[in-house]
Design a protein around this ligand. Structure first.
Ligand SMILES: [Zn+2]
Ligand SMILES: [Zn+2]
Length: 490
């Protein structure tokens, strides 16, 4: 272990891993680089974002029989969200990286430069690439910036540091190609892991995670939308990307409150089956609805609704509600194997069912990325089983990501009961939301027109001008708002 004084504040700073060249002073946040027996200050780190990380410096664990402890961290951010790369020191002196993103984990190991593998530009999500004789599928390609770092690291980073990385997957195995220090990329090889499988010690407590992520049990924090003034409920620090339910403006949750990013003025509020802040139990966890979006297939106006759920311990899940059917959805931390018209994951085969382009049509709440109205994804579905036991394996491809998710059909009754809803709605929530309120006004208008028509009939017959005028005015008054609503829709 190398120990020296911080040249800025005099605090004792240690480097435990022999591969470490850089340390961030825990007291003054100076970025320090090792030079022979001393540390040289090359800058100062920004503030780490408070996030929902379970891991922290000092967290221990075991991977494939080897003990490790977490000694450093780089916090990264791009337009889609923020995540952590934890620098891990094993008891045999070797090092690795534990990535923590949206409640999913992977451990990878530096395998050095990989000349001629691929170019960053060529790695389109969903595309197969051969590395060391094996076929891998690109799941992610992004350019991110370092928000801040802490602990010790094998290279210096600061806010100017840009990570250009692509992830490729094959089953639960993962390859990361990193162009951060130019071409050729550095190859990291490893696998997706479940946090519990690492037998972790000294995790941040769930109470602390919940506290920093916003008091979820007590509902979401509520602040006025800076664009339209409507109350916006969101999860501070957990999901920095927020969309106002009322005007659809895109907002950022920052320490100073909600900041307007993109202003919109579509004042179409829509009721949904579950509301932001609703919570329910499933699989032994308590889930809170933090985001809601509606989507439709490109060739079909029928919308469906998707609810993003969060649990501090288990991460994220989705409830998808389409045509009276509910699905409980988990985003996979592994890439199923696709062959011909089938796909295989966790030892089970699925049959290709459907493929279409989807368009996001409505967004509200907080997300772990920034969804927008008009977002397009290419969706391929594979199914297994039927009835209530039906499961759907879905691949969604956008320009930056290829995401696999596994959905189980969830009977409406128990699901509704779990979330405190007496009964699930019969129609698709999104469609009901579009038609419901209008239909009731329209029905009222039809009834009144008939009633007034009947009432004015004698007036017409008997030429009583005193009644015809008010009757016509009443009919116009009732139908006028419907006209207006239809015009707004166009
Ligand atoms: Zn210092
Ligand atoms: Zn607003």
């Amino acid at each position: 272990m190398f120990t020296a004084e911080c040249p800025s504040c005099g605090a004792k700073v240690s480097l435990r891993a022999s591969a470490s060249t850089t340390a961030v002073c825990a007291f003054c946040k100076s970025t320090l680089v090792r030079r022979a027996d001393a540390l040289e200050r090359i800058g100062v780190q920004g503030e780490l974002l408070e996030d929902y990380a379970r891991v922290q410096i000092g967290t221990g664990g075991t991977h494939e029989g080897r003990g490790f402890s977490v000694v450093g961290r780089i916090q990264l951010r791009d337009e889609s969200g923020a995540w952590n790369e934890w620098y891990v020191l094993f008891e045999d002196g070797s090092t690795g990286w534990l990535s923590e993103a949206s409640g999913q984990y992977a451990l990878t190991f530096d395998r050095g430069k990989a000349p001629g593998v691929a170019t960053f530009e060529a790695l389109a999500p969903g595309r197969p690439v051969t590395i060391e004789g094996e076929r891998w599928s690109v799941t992610d390609r992004r350019t991110a910036r370092c928000t801040a770092a802490e602990g010790e690291l094998p290279f210096p980073v600061d806010s100017r540091w840009e990570a250009r990385v692509a992830d490729l997957r094959r089953d639960d195995r993962l390859v990361t190609l990193d162009w951060s220090d130019g071409d050729p990329p550095t190859l990291y090889v490893g696998r997706a892991v479940a946090l519990e499988a690492l037998a972790p010690t000294l995790l941040r407590s769930l109470a602390v995670v919940e506290e920093t992520a916003g008091a979820l049990e007590g509902g979401l924090q509520s602040l006025a939308c800076p664009s339209c003034g409507a109350p916006v409920r969101y999860v501070p620090k957990l999901a920095a990307n927020v969309t106002c339910r009322q005007c659809k403006s895109e907002l950022s949750g920052r320490s100073e409150g909600l900041v307007l990013e993109v202003e919109r003025a579509d004042r179409a509020e829509r009721p949904t089956w579950l509301a932001l802040g609703d919570a329910g139990e499933r699989d032994g966890e308590r889930w809170t609805v933090i985001g809601i979006l509606a989507r439709r297939a490109a060739e079909d106006p029928q919308e469906w609704t998707e609810y993003l759920l969060y649990s501090p311990k288990a991460g994220f899940r989705w409830i998808v509600h389409a045509s009276g059917r509910f699905q409980w959805v988990e985003v996979l931390n592994e890439a199923p194997e696709v062959a011909g018209a089938g796909a295989r994951v966790r030892g089970e085969s699925y049959t290709r069912n459907d493929a279409y382009d989807s368009i996001t049509t409505w967004v509200a709440g907080s997300f772990n990325w920034r969804p927008k109205v008009g977002d397009r994804a290419h969706v391929t579905e594979f199914v297994r089983g039927s009835g209530d036991g039906r499961r759907t394996l879905t691949l969604e491809r956008s320009d930056t990501e290829a995401t696999w998710s596994l959905a189980v059909d969830a009977p409406a009754g128990p699901l509704g009961a779990a979330f405190g809803k007496a009964a699930a709605p019969k129609a698709t929530a999104a469609v009901a939301a579009t038609d419901g309120p209008k239909r009731s006004v329209r029905d009222l208008a039809v009834i009144f027109t008939i009633v007034l028509g009947v009432l004015s009939l004698p007036a017409l017959l008997f030429s009583d001008d005193d009644l015809i005028g008010p009757a016509i005015v009443a009919v116009i008054a009732l139908w006028a708002p419907l006209r207006l609503e239809r015009d707004e829709d166009d």
